[in-house]
Design a protein around this ligand. Structure first.
Ligand code: AMP
Ligand code: MG
Length: 702
């Protein structure tokens, strides 16, 4: 069978609307599409979830993708139930029966009454029990006093698990009865709405585009537990991990798990294969995103010289992260790219505390004018709470960072009181709440503290730690392979004969890659020989996520980089309206993106900073952004013709931008002299000394 393109896992809930703020014990939907996880979706009620799932199904159908849609409640009941309720042993007769009776809205539903109505179809007391309502529901016992109803307590599959609840219990921690009664009507509607395109496992063959499958997060519990250590909401971890587990299963393992005989009872997918599921869910197993599309570098045809902006927009739109995701302890996260946004596990500060050393009291207990308050024995210090409530009309010695005990909402600075005789005296007029920090005034629990694509700074790690996070999901570091091409190149230290030059680009590009925070892979020099270059590119595609070559990127006889990339059919010559710059050859070599940079060192550096750098940000999972430029007065004079954007080697002195004395594109000394670039606009311009110009310090690219 074909593997699924998209896996979505739903953690259902039978309760009422849970409000706008993501919380546990609500509905959560985890998703992995083409091997890439997305942040779990929080759904506040079933109507919203049903709408979301319908939209998801439609999106997948129109994109021609196959969807695995898992739900964490039983699709069937113990054998004999369908016959007893609906007169047929067909499980869908129960789905129809329930859909006709369940009334559901975000504020209330009639699941307990429907459970009682079902009980009336069976002899004795039960099979459903537990009434979560204040009012009695005739026919639905509050406690388990069931007997004589004739139904098995568990389905076959539940007999083989530990911790799975029987479907008869309508409430209490872990119970699943209410979820079945509120869930199956929704599934039944999806089934009718998308009939030919949707199958229900294991009752129907899984050949349709969409398959509904019963799953159970309990099967990967150890992995969920470990993930919870990094904070976040358990339900969100469950659906996220289960989605990636199903998505990461080898096709034959998935096929084996789905190879279950259709029964009236249904089955929990993966039961008996827990090890395989857990392995597939494991955080440490990096999940690799899909490769880039073959035409990702194809610029629109017919444009002679592409403006810089268009070239950049093309890169932004057509590239996506190519590196996998791993979860690491904070200590290993500096300078890494955050793979998904993360939320505070705890508020900061977690409880109200004092911002100064002083005396705390209840503002309410103050009279007007100057104050005298008796001190109680003891004190509150950071990490050493007072431990009981402060009686009204008293004051307590408090030290910076101490949690405010009950009865304290205001603190007076120790410098502002006179102390004596077991009392403090101070002037009136202090404001309520003075010198205190409110719980959560900095960050509330559940707030997104860091967003996806951020390169983690020391302060970010402080914030993550302060809000209770021990580990963060980060991208693997982008590996950048560097290759120099040209018969004329020699290694520094070697003999160099006439016509030979020492390689300047490799040290330049290797160290730029490191400055950008990537892993630089040195693939050496290659002569202008197609087969030798082919072998090095092969190596690059294995050892790196992106390859930067310099030289041989034009269309001449010895331009083997473009010739080889052309062979793959995924190459594009980029003629960008930029100076300095020569054609760039962009392509894929065995799915690995290749930037064929000009050989000329000045052009190689400018093209790397202006084009390869933002492209690599995208590949590395970083947020796309332009380098921060500053506007400064020019210390030079320069006229330029319209048509090309121009970058000049420049540096700031006395607050003004100077430019290098020569624009010669082979002048490596100018690169070394410069501390940044002046960016002159595409159009015609005459710069006079003192005119404002855009200056991009090299540090803006790092
Ligand atoms: P190409 O793009 O191969 O035609 O090279 C353009 C110019 O850049 C030629 O003058 C090359 O010798 C020079 N060049 C190419 N690669 C390097 C390198 N790695 N270091 C210094 N100069 C180079
Ligand atoms: Mg060359």
């Amino acid at each position: 069978m074909t593997p699924f393109d998209t896996v979505a896992i739903v953690d259902w809930s039978s309760g009422n609307d849970t409000g706008p703020k993501p919380r546990r014990d609500a509905i959560w939907i985890g998703q992995t599409r083409n091997g890439r996880d997305s942040e779990p979706y929080y759904s506040r009620n079933r109507a919203d979830a049903e709408a979301y799932l319908s939209k998801l199904i439609e999106k997948e159908l129109s994109a021609g993708r196959r969807l695995f849609l898992g739900f964490d409640f039983p699709f069937g009941f113990p054998t004999g139930f369908a016959q007893g309720l609906a007169g047929k042993s067909d499980p869908f007769s129960v789905w129809d029966w329930l859909e006709a009776r369940i009334e559901d809205s975000p504020r209330s539903n009639n699941r307990f009454d429907v459970a009682a109505e079902i009980n009336a179809h069976f002899p004795g007391i039960g099979p459903f029990w537990f009434n979560g309502l204040k009012r009695d529901v005739p026919g639905l016992p509050r406690r388990d006093i069931r007997n004589g109803h004739g139904m098995a307590e568990k389905r076959d599959c539940e007999g083989q698990t530990r911790g799975a609840f029987p479907c008869w219990q309508m409430g209490g921690a872990g119970a699943v009865g209410g979820q079945i009664l509120t869930g199956l009507p929704v599934l039944n509607r999806l089934r009718r709405r998308y009939h030919d395109n949707l199958a229900v496992w294991p009752f129907e063959a899984c050949e349709a585009a969409v398959t509904l499958v019963e799953i159970w997060p309990g099967l990967i519990n150890p992995v969920v537990k470990r993930a919870e250590a990094s904070g976040g909401i358990r339900d969100a971890h469950q659906v996220r991990l289960l989605a990636r587990a199903v998505a990461a299963l080898p096709p034959d393992a998935l096929a084996a798990m789905l190879d279950v005989h259709a029964t009236e009872e249904g089955w929990i997918m993966g039961l008996g294969h827990e090890d395989q599921l857990q392995n597939a869910a494991e955080e440490q197993q990096p999940l690799r995103p899909p490769p880039l599309r073959n035409d990702c570098f194809a610029l629109p045809a017919g444009v002679d010289w592409t403006p810089v902006e268009d070239a950049l927009r093309h890169l932004q739109d057509n590239l996506h992260p190519v590196v996998s995701t791993e979860t690491l302890p904070l200590a290993d996260c500096l300078d890494r790219v955050l793979a998904t946004g993360v939320a505070a596990r705890r508020a900061n500060p977690p409880q109200a505390n004092t911002a100064v050393d002083g005396y705390g009291f209840a503002h309410e207990s103050l009279g007007s004018g100057d104050q005298v308050l008796p001190l109680v024995d003891g004190r509150a210090a950071a990490g050493r709470p007072f431990g009981r409530a402060l009686p009204p009309g008293h004051a307590l010695r408090v030290l910076t960072g101490a949690a405010l005990p009950k009865g304290v909402d205001t603190v007076i600075l120790q410098e502002d009181v006179t102390l004596g005789d077991g009392k403090i005296a101070f002037r009136g007029g202090i404001k309520p709440g003075a010198n205190t920090r409110r719980a959560g005034e900095d960050v509330e629990k559940g707030d997104e503290i860091l967003s996806e694509g951020r390169v983690l700074t020391p302060a970010d790690l402080a914030l993550a730690s302060a809000t209770g996070l021990a580990r963060l999901p980060v991208r693997s570091r982008l590996r950048v392979a560097i290759i120099s091409t040209g018969d004329e190149l020699r290694e520094p230290g070697d003999e160099a004969g006439p016509g030979q030059i020492y390689d300047a680009n490799r040290p330049l590009l290797l160290s730029l890659a490191r400055k950008f925070g990537y892993v630089a892979v040195d693939l050496g020099r290659v002569e202008d020989d197609r087969e030798a270059l082919r072998r090095v590119l092969d190596r690059g595609s294995v050892e790196a996520d992106v390859i930067l070559t310099s030289g041989g990127a034009s269309a001449g006889d010895e331009d083997h980089v473009s010739a080889l990339l052309n062979e793959t059919g995924a190459m594009s010559q980029w003629r960008i309206a930029v100076k300095p710059g020569r054609p760039l050859a962009l392509g894929l070599w065995q799915d690995t993106p290749v930037f064929g940079l000009p050989g000329n060192p000045v052009a190689a550096m400018v093209c790397t900073l202006i084009f390869a750098r933002p492209a690599m940000r995208r590949l590395a999972g970083e947020t796309w952004r332009a380098p921060h430029a500053i506007t400064v007065p020019a210390a030079f004079e320069k006229s330029k013709k319209p048509g090309r954007r121009e970058f000049l080697r420049a540096r700031l002195r006395d607050g003004k931008a100077e430019i290098f004395k020569s624009e010669g594109s082979g002048r490596i000394s100018g690169l070394s002299w410069a501390e940044g670039l002046i960016e002159l606009p595409d159009g015609e311009i005459k710069v006079q000394p003192g005119d404002p110009v855009r200056y991009l310090p090299f540090t803006a690219f790092y």
